[in-house]
Ligand binder design. Structure first.
Ligand code: ZN
Ligand code: FE
Ligand code: FE
Ligand code: ZN
Length: 271
């Protein structure tokens, strides 16, 4: 059995450290079957002058990113061992689909990870904008977030939905029971044919819990939504972070395989 880490960032995004080769090195040491780079897509949904260089690479750097990952991919192939995949983490912001389509179709991504990090311009997973939580009723915020996530899943742009309950990051928890909403989201994922990401970054933030929550993962499994694995590493040391724990969780809820991607096509690996 060979695991994959499909969600790692590099210094290119302005808030991570390490170069591509450092991440590959760590993946080889960890014995991963595949490492997939998923640097943040340029902030295509904002005018160029409003884009934050500390959040994503500039648009003119995207071709370099793709080229460098492709070069490393070829090198890794010669070395044998851990395989390199070309991915990207793309925000879903309704109203900007044309631009997103244009960016994504220009490159041979093995997979595209879809994320919701912004709600009507509010970067709710950014420590600098925590005050935004005061403007919301927490249950309504969760409902709104998951609504946007379902739209993202149904948009057709993405193979994998990142950190599906990112809204819990700072440990602002809903009052109500989430099971029904989890089931609704899982059904939409299933119908859209997207895969859910089991992302261990949740363990490294105040929520202190893998994304998605146990009950959410149960809902995905019951609906037949495939899962894949990501550390969301922003430094080479975090490649494969807590994957034993993630694997235990995935098996415990009933999964027998994880999804892998090549050239936009999905495969399954037994676990
Ligand atoms: Zn990041
Ligand atoms: Fe993300
Ligand atoms: Fe990420
Ligand atoms: Zn992420």
């Amino acid at each position: 059995m060979t695991l994959v880490d499909y969600h790692v960032h590099t210094a290119r995004c302005g808030h991570a450290s390490g170069e591509l080769k450092d991440y590959l090195q760590k993946a080889r040491e960890a014995g991963l079957g595949e490492i997939g780079f998923a640097d943040h897509l340029p902030m295509y949904f904002l005018p160029v002058e409003e884009r934050d260089p500390g959040i994503a690479m500039a648009e003119e750097k995207l071709p370099d990113y793709v080229q460098e990952v492709m070069a490393l991919k070829a090198e890794a192939e010669k070395m044998g061992g851990t395989v390199v995949r070309l991915g990207i983490e793309a925000d879903y912001v309704p109203g900007h689909e044309e631009k997103l389509r244009q960016l994504l179709r220009s490159y041979p991504f093995d997979y595209v990870i879809g994320s919701v990090h912004f709600l009507d311009g509010w970067g709710f997973d950014n420590l600098h904008y925590l005050d935004g939580y005061e403007r919301w009723d927490i249950d309504e915020l969760y409902e709104y977030y998951f609504q946007r996530l379902m739209e993202a899943a149904g948009s057709g742009f993405f193979h994998i939905m990142a950190h599906p309950d990112l809204i819990k990051k700072f440990n602002f928890r809903p009052r109500r029971d989430m099971k029904e909403l989890y089931r609704r989201v899982a059904k939409v994922f299933r119908e859209a044919g997207v895969c859910a990401e089991v992302n261990t970054a949740g363990l490294r933030v105040p929520a202190k819990e893998i994304y998605p929550a146990y009950e959410f993962l149960v809902a995905f499994c019951e609906s037949g939504v495939p899962v894949t694995l990501g550390s969301d590493a922003h430094q080479p040391e975090d490649v494969g972070y807590a994957f034993e724990q993630a694997l235990r969780l995935i098996k415990e809820v009933g999964y027998r395989e994880i999804a892998t991607f090549r050239d936009g096509k999905k495969f399954a690996v037994r676990i």
